[in-house]
Design a protein around this ligand. Sequence first.
Ligand SMILES: [Zn+2]
Length: 474
Amino acid sequence: MVRTRRTPARSRPTALAAALTCVVALFTAGCTGDDNDGFRPGAADAGDPYVPGHGNGGYDVTHYGLDVRYDPSTDRLTGRAVITATATQDLSRFNLDLVGLDVGTVRVGDAAADHGRADAELVVTPRDGLPRGRQFTVTVDYAGVPTAVEDGSLGSGGFLHTADGAVALGQPDSAATWFPVNDHPSDKATYDLAVTVPDGLAALSNGVPGPKSSAAGWTTWRWSERAPMASYLSTLVIGDYRVVTGTHAGRPMVTAVAASLPATGAAATSLARTGEIVDFLASRFGPYPFDSYGGIVIADDRVGYALETQSRPVYGPAFFADDRPNPGVVAHELAHQWFGDSVSLARWGDIWLNEGFASYAEWLWEEHDGGRTAQRNFELQYAKTDWSQPSVEPGRELMFGTAVYQRGALAVHALRRTVGDDTFFRILRTWTAERAAGNATTADLVALAERVAGRQLRPLFDAWLVGGSAPTLP
Ligand SMILES: [Zn+2]
């Protein structure tokens, strides 16, 4: 993510967080005493303090099959989610995250399941317990007017009703505003989406486009993301767009610019460099990890950020204000396809692993594109860094703060200066290859860097990421 607004982050209301924790506690194993032959409820929370209440335990999702219909004239969404998962414990009951929306029927396999709601949780009790290791499907029929997620520092996310349609995106949370989901990046899954909208509107999402079909004034667009995806990287963009469909390196390339923006303006020309930029990044980071490419520029200025939605980043309009080209933001979001999307966080406290590398990619791109060298950007940033703020475990309020982005990038360049270019790029390519399609932590990166470099690097990472004073220049 890159944000355009520099207002200080605002913490979530404490009362809301406390209330959510209480609700969650009601549904935590041991609270309700309904153990039955060792079967017990899955946790109602992934245990990540940055996102209390988000994610769930007791199962692992492998696939979401989503079929949604959205009518902009009423702002109403109707959906069916078919979720394929595997029980990771003997499971009597489990939760999905779902914000608002009314749930009709829920089935586990072919059998109707009891279900209830508790704030942003959908609690599903299958007729029979699910033994550990059992693969199962959950089918949820739901409908309603989806809701936005407001964040003081980022602007709006979640599901936003726009002038001509809707946009669903946001970090760290957005997915649960339009489908039931295990909403934490630690549980990645593949996706198939069919989205039905009035004829004449585009409906864009992640991955490879499938066949479109029309009936009775409605068009169904189909998308398939075959590489595991964290839920916050899913997106849905509906509206009046100029959609360009082609191929790049033998894979589908789909870009779209809101029709209300100039056809040959900065947004369109910056987005048109997607293939060139992705090829440059692949020459540094290793093969591009997904089977499609693209990007979407929206016109709704409530979205004050760009987000690395998988295979097809979404850019807010402010990045191209005054019709200035901005390939830097494209380089940032495309770098996330390796750092964040393919190799994903296990916990939000490690978000520098996403943003430090994506910010560093901006420096690499700028040098490649004839601007400042990475070394010069490093020197300038070093001189103005506040070393009291840590990159790792920045706290929820500073999750998108300067230490995560710029101090993270400094740490990456310090590693490069210390081990030399050959070893540095070998570390990056080994990381993106070995951890592709998975999750990782800061400790995993340090261990891998030490293995590839054949030397101790923990003190270097500690000094550059979390030390309280300016580290010695390497
Ligand atoms: Zn970013």
